[in-house]
Structures are given as structure tokens and as C-alpha cells.
Design a binder for this molecule. Structure first.
Ligand code: PLP
Length: 376
């Protein structure tokens, strides 16, 4: 398999753990194992204390499958546990052949279009539009892009990087197009639970007949280190195909992570509420910061998720981000890592250190205004 380098992950690999100020993480503030287990019930504590580090059931721990199934309104046999990014990789490989046409909501997390490309599929990018400081879904473009051989539509809501979330009516239109034209929908719901000004929609797999949803604990629960996610679908052929491919990737999930994931799902509302609280506080700061500097930035309001995607005015975003990291130890993601050239950049709203990182950006801008910036 030949696949292009993952631009965002390579940028993070270079800077994430060596840069002092993180202003672009997509995950929310994490917890320690002790903090997670402090709220655990007796059954989880017994599982944790008696845990043996053996292989685990390849479809997922039965209790974990039950907890996920309840959250997704699906029967447990319609769920498979795996690392979230593995879920993207395996589902797309299970579904697609080189002769297929795929439509991918864009800009987006690169694997969502790069894996179809690596399989040989033709990919149409369905870009979010901008209108009045907000992101908008162009359903007419989607309909016009459908071809005879369109096999799959890939969506991601709440959306990384823009924070766009659709209405239930828009999702129903997508479901209707899928039913009418016979394409499958892969719905990446890694940020589900982080809706800010819209309702949390049910998992697409529970109401779009030909679909699969990707869920996980990395973003809305702040637990990316567990590496626990899942794919849910009513399509048992697809789930079996994914399970077959998974024997060549991870085989099964990590035993400690599965028990900690059960603990997290039993405190799901509390954990996602905590993350939404952090995001909301940081969003207010960000909105004020960028709107106060409207000669330098255009602000686009996210309605969900843990990221926002403002536009930089007056200079190229890539150079701005490169100088931020090199001269101020401040990590901001340029839109080039999303394969677009719109002069936007991603900020991450989920971390407690956000206010401090934002103040570093403020200092960098005043240094520049006073001509103390070597790159200016
Ligand atoms: C939209 C989207 N899907 C999938 C993933 C993969 O999740 P994880 O990094 O937890 O494997 C990410 C990670 O950033 C993401 O943003």
C-alpha cells in the first residue's frame, strides 16, 4: 500500500512534545488514571484490580461493547472496538475498491480522503462554505457530485477543523440521498458530545440504513491515551470484513484501556460536560481575542467540537505558524496541513492551558506591531 505522508500528524510529530505552548490540540484536557478511577463503581474497580494482561476478545470486551451500544442506540453485536484511527483505516479499506467514487466533506482529517486515494478511488472534495462568519453545508453541491459509481460519502460532525455541526434536517437530507442513490455513509463522530450551540444528534449508524459511525473517547472525554474507539453499523457484512482486516493490524484492544474505557463510559455525561465547559470558556476568550483584532483575523464561529478555524489576513498562514513555533514556542496549525490554501489556521479549544497560549499569541502580535519580530 502506498499512502502519502500525513501532513498534520508529521507537523505534530515534529513539534507537539517539544513546543512549550500548545494552541492547536484537538483533544480536551485529559485526566490521570487515578482521577478516572476515583469515580468508578465497584464492578469496574473489581475488573481493574483483578486485571490480567492477556490478549482480549477481538471484537471488544463484552461489558465495553454493552456500554458503547447503549450510547450509540445499537445492539452490542453491531459494534467493534478498535483504536479510532484504525477504525478509519479499516472501515475505508473494507468498503472501497479502486473503481469506486468517494465524496469527502472537506477540509478534513487527512486519512478520510487519503486512504480512499491510496486504494485508487476517485475522490471529490465537498468543501464547507463560508457565509457571514459561519460555516455552511452546500447540500446542492453534494447532490450534483453523485455519480453512477459513487460508493461512499464520508462526513465528520462535529467537524475538525471548523467546528461545524449540522441540523437533524440536514442529516436527514444526507440519509435521503444515500437511500435514493444507494451510496454508503461513513460518519466520523470523534467529536460527538462536544456540541456547543446545537443538539447532540444520534449516531448516524442508528438512523441511516447504509452507514457506519466512528466513535471514540479521545476528544469529548479527553482520553486520547486510551486509544479506544469503535465502529458501529447495521451492516454485518461490513463489520465482519473489518474484523477480518483487524487481525492484520491490532488483533484486539489493550486490556487496561478497555477497563478504563468502561469506567469512562459510565461517567460519560460528567466527562463530556467537563470538556464542554473547558471548550466554552476558551471559546469565549478566543472569540473576543480574534474579533478585537479584526484587521488581522477573520473569526468563524464553531458550533461544536474542540477546534476553530479562523483566517489570517495580510500574510501567509504557513509562515506565520512556522515563525510562531520557531520564535515563540507556540504551536498553531496552518491550513496547509489540511491540504487547503485558504490562509486559515486551526486553534484547539479543549486545553486548560489555552488562555496562557493565547496570551503568547497576543505578545507575538504586539512584538510584530513594534517591529521586534525578526520575521516581520
Ligand atoms: C476527525 C478525526 N477522526 C479521527 C481521528 C483519529 O482519532 P485518534 O487520534 O484518537 O486515533 C481524529 C484525530 O484527530 C480526528 O480529528
Amino acid at each position: 500500500m502506498k499512502v502519502r505522508e500525513f501532513l498534520l500528524e508529521r507537523y505534530f510529530a515534529k513539534y507537539e512534545f517539544t513546543t512549550e505552548h500548545m494552541l492547536s490540540a484537538s483533544d480536551c484536557e485529559t485526566l490521570s488514571v487515578v482521577e478516572l478511577l476515583q469515580g468508578a463503581d465497584g464492578e469496574v474497580m473489581d475488573l481493574w484490580n483483578g486485571l490480567r494482561l492477556s490478549y482480549t476478545e477481538s471484537r471488544g470486551h463484552p461489558l465495553l461493547l454493552r456500554e458503547i451500544a447503549e450510547r450509540e442506540s445499537m445492539p452490542p453485536e453491531n459494534v467493534l472496538v478498535m483504536n479510532p484511527e484504525e477504525g478509519v483505516f479499516l472501515t475505508l479499506n473494507a468498503l472501497l475498491d479502486a473503481s469506486d467514487h468517494v465524496i469527502v466533506l472537506s477540509p478534513c482529517y487527512q486519512s478520510l480522503y487519503e486512504i480512499p486515494k491510496s486504494i485508487g478511488c476517485e475522490v471529490t472534495r465537498w468543501y464547507l462554505k463560508k457565509e457571514g462568519g459561519e460555516w455552511r453545508l452546500d447540500l446542492r453541491f453534494l447532490e450534483e457530485s453523485i455519480r453512477e459509481n459513487t460508493r461512499l460519502l464520508v462526513v465528520n460532525f462535529p467537524h475538525n477543523p471548523t467546528g461545524f455541526t449540522p441540523s437533524r434536517e440536514q442529516m436527514d437530507e444526507i440519509a435521503e440521498l444515500s437511500a435514493r442513490h444507494g451510496f454508503f455513509v461513513f460518519s466520523d463522530e470523534m467529536y460527538r458530545g462536544l456540541e456547543l450551540s446545537t443538539a447532540t444528534l444520534p449516531s448516524a449508524s442508528s438512523y441511516i440504513r447504509r452507514s457506519a459511525s466512528l466513535g471514540g473517547l479521545s476528544k469529548a472525554c479527553g482520553l486520547p491515551g486510551l486509544r479506544i474507539g469503535w465502529v458501529s453499523s447495521h451492516d454485518s457484512w461490513l463489520l465482519n470484513r473489518i474484523a477480518t482486516l483487524k487481525d492484520y493490524t491490532s488483533i484486539c484492544a489493550s486490556a487496561p484501556s478497555e477497563i478504563l474505557a468502561i469506567a469512562a463510559l459510565r461517567r460519560y455525561d460528567e466527562l463530556t460536560g467537563r470538556c464542554r465547559g473547558i471548550v466554552r470558556g476558551n471559546l469565549e476568550l478566543a472569540r473576543t481575542f480574534f474579533k478585537e483584532r479584526d484587521g488581522l483575523f477573520e473569526w468563524y464561529e464553531p458550533s461544536g467540537g474542540s477546534t476553530a478555524f479562523p483566517r489570517l489576513l495580510g500574510e501567509p498562514a504557513r509562515g506565520f505558524c512556522d515563525r510562531a513555533v520557531a520564535e515563540h514556542g507556540l504551536l498553531i496549525l496552518p491550513d496547509s496541513v489540511f491540504d487547503v490554501d485558504w490562509n486559515h489556521f486551526r486553534i484547539g479549544l479543549g486545553r486548560s492551558s489555552f488562555p496562557e497560549a493565547l496570551s503568547v499569541l497576543g505578545r507575538m502580535l504586539s512584538d510584530r506591531a513594534q517591529g521586534r519580530w525578526t520575521g516581520a
